[in-house]
Design a protein around this ligand. Sequence first.
Ligand SMILES: [Zn+2]
Length: 185
Amino acid sequence: MNNVFRETRELPVLELLDYIWCHQMAHHYKRQTYALTLPSTDSDYVAKHLKVFTDNCVAAWTFKVTPSVHLQALVEGPGGDKYDVMLDPELKGGMCSCRFFQQYLVPCAHAIAACYEFNQAPGKYFDKCYLNSTLQEAYQVPYPMVLLSELDLDTALDPPQRKMHRGRPATVRKEPGAGPPRQTM
Ligand SMILES: [Zn+2]
């Protein structure tokens, strides 16, 4: 970001702010245009942009799943490593003892294996931050245009009043016995 403003950082404050505002407005418009081209079906974005998810979907077929109760299972990898998985369709999330699921809010291979076991679509366990609709919503409101020539002049720009205390600043008194012991020769 610093590089973008290299040329303009020498400008007076108001012109610099105006430049930053216009830059961000154009960037926002680009993102908004992109968001509107995305399909309304959220799983398309998920499948297209998150290779890790598609890799996990393939790996999940090699795992052994032992269900505990509905949507909870012990998942065993090909190397004998075991993971505790819990799916929560209400929250569109879940947890796995490998912690990938909680950290990235994307189902890990173990959680996907559990999805296969319980006939769940893994795509619905993505956090809503990955959804097209979230992106579209984020860029829904455009930047308002600002013209420097139409700004009202604000003359009340005096610095805040500060009261200076007279004399030496007060020191904090120590209770007897507090603080480091006094060194003696
Ligand atoms: Zn996992």
